[in-house]
Write a protein of this length. Structure first.
Length: 291
């Protein structure tokens, strides 16, 4: 018989097999969170649709109130500011309505994005799901609102026809860019706001300021054609929302495409996504404790 003492000298004991599990702060888990959230499309799709149904529960018109309120506001602001600025109503009213259509989507992503994890505190604590699921749910809900409001644009194009052409197809990549930027804004501000609860009120105040700084009820091109204020008017391009509005509004109204806005949006998208991924990698595991 042989015993353990008969082993050859120098033989090393077998090491236990340890699974290659990535740490909480790893790119694998960050990208895995985004992938798993996307794979749960039936869940966040259903939740997003239920959000709208609950908001208009027991209402006769239901989600049509979204389009009605949008049409009333756009008409009132278009007539008022059109009279103040002495603008042609058939041109200015679709301009204001289209700007509001895009602004409502951007504003919804910013405001609700800052509270995306706070508002889903119960699900985060008791439902083992990726954080990105709540971001996808938010984007889906805002997309449904956008689709309802798009009815107003269709009606205005029938009443006040515009020379729409092949450039209308640019609305597809433009809206895709809005979705991507809405996603990184929700991830970034959602994580920061979960840790620091003063962030949502600050963001709400800033978005009100951004509304008046963005050419929605005033025309940016008109100021550029005025030699007296043209140089100062270019300062409006410091506002990033202006570029997001223009890449969508120009093809929707059949206006000439200014590619400068697309370049700026592209740079913002790359930088924003990279920053949000870093935050998702480093802090996704802490969100459940912060909420």
């Amino acid at each position: 018989m042989t015993t353990g003492d008969d082993r050859a000298e120098g033989a090393t004991p077998a090491r236990p097999v340890v699974a290659d599990v990535p740490g909480s702060r790893s790119w694998r888990r960050a990208f895995g969170d985004l992938r798993q959230g996307w794979q749960q499309r039936p869940l966040w799709g259903y939740l997003g649709w239920q959000d709208i149904k609950q908001r208009y529960r027991r209402s006769v018109l239901g989600p049509l109130w979204v389009s009605i309120s949008m049409a009333v506001i756009a008409t009132a602001m278009g007539i008022l500011y059109g009279a103040l600025f002495q603008m042609d109503l058939p041109t200015f009213l679709p301009y204001v309505a289209t700007g509001l259509l895009i602004w409502n989507f951007v504003n919804g992503c910013i405001l609700e994005g800052s509270e995306v994890f706070i508002a889903n505190e119960g699900l985060i604590k008791f439902l083992p799901a990726p954080l990105s699921l709540h971001v996808y749910r938010l984007l889906w809900r805002q997309t449904l609102f956008f689709a309802h409001n798009l009815v107003v644009w269709v009606v205005l194009m029938v009443i006040f026809p515009h020379p729409l052409g092949a450039s209308l197809l640019l609305t597809i990549p433009a809206f895709a860019l809005l979705l991507v930027n809405g996603a990184w804004i929700a991830v970034l501000t959602g994580i920061v706001a979960t840790r620091f609860r003063d962030i949502p009120p600050i963001i709400a105040s800033l978005t009100q300021l951004l509304f008046f700084m963005t050419p929605i009820v005033w025309q940016y091109d008109t100021l550029l054609r005025n030699p007296a204020v043209a140089e100062r008017a270019r300062l409006a391009e410091v506002n990033p929302v202006l570029h997001f509005v223009e890449i969508m509004r120009q093809p929707l109204l059949g206006q000439p495409i200014v590619w400068r806005h697309w370049y700026v949006v592209g740079v913002i998208t790359v930088v924003g996504c990279a920053t949000a991924l870093v935050f998702l990698r480093n802090y996704r595991s802490r969100v459940a404790y912060w909420v």
